[in-house]
Ligand binder design. Sequence first.
Ligand code: MN
Length: 228
Amino acid sequence: MVDYVIAPPPVASVPVHGGGRFPVRRIFCVGRNYAEHAREMGADPDRELPFFFMKPSDSLVTANADMPYPTETKSLHHEMELVVAIGTGGADIAEADALKHVWGYAAGLDMTRRDLQNEAKKAGRPWDMGKGFDHSAPIGMIVPASHFPDPTRGKLELRVNGAVRQVSDLSKLIWSVAETIAYLSKLVRLAPGDLIFTGTPEGVAAVVRGDVLEGVVEGVGTVKTVIV
Ligand code: MN
C-alpha cells in the first residue's frame, strides 16, 4: 500500500466496443493536419512539421454524455477527429512499425475555446486554456485496431443539429497515423494508454447550448454529445 496523503485521482477510461474499458494516460493532439483546415486558420500547410498540444485525461467525455458549455469563452468550436489509442509504448518508433503500437481507434471531438486560442496565438502564449479545459474531449467507443486495419482512408463527418458541418477523408491527413506516431515517439516515449487526436479537417465553427453534435468516422464509429 502506498501512503497517499489524499485519495489518488481516478483513472480516466473510454468504453471499448465489445466490452471493457481502455484506461487513458495522456492525450496528445496534432495541430493543423488537414490542408484545408490549416488554410482556414490562416496557416500554410506545406511549411511545417506536425506539432502537438495536450489535453488532460480527465477532459474526456464518454458514453454520449452532455458537454457543459465552458466558462470564459464566447466561441466554442467543434473539431471532428480520428483518435488513435496506443496499446504498446515505445520511443523512436519506425513508421513501418507504427501501426503495431495501436490498440484501437475512436471518433472524437477536440472542442476548442477559439477566442482564447486565438488570443494565445497572438501573444505567443500556450494554448492550454483554449484546448485543455474541462469536458473538452468528447469521444466515442474505441474499436480494436483489427476492426480498422487501414487508417489511411475513411470518411469523417460531423453534423450539428442534423446539418453537415465537416466532411473529409483520412486520406487527406497531411501526416498519416503511422507518420504521426513515428514523429511523436521521437519527442516523447509513447506509453500504453496514450491517445492521439489526429487533427481536424475544414469546416470548424461555433456551437451554442442546445446544439447536438454527431460525428462519425467510417469503419470506426461515432461520437455524440449535446452542448448544455
Ligand atoms: Mn484539433
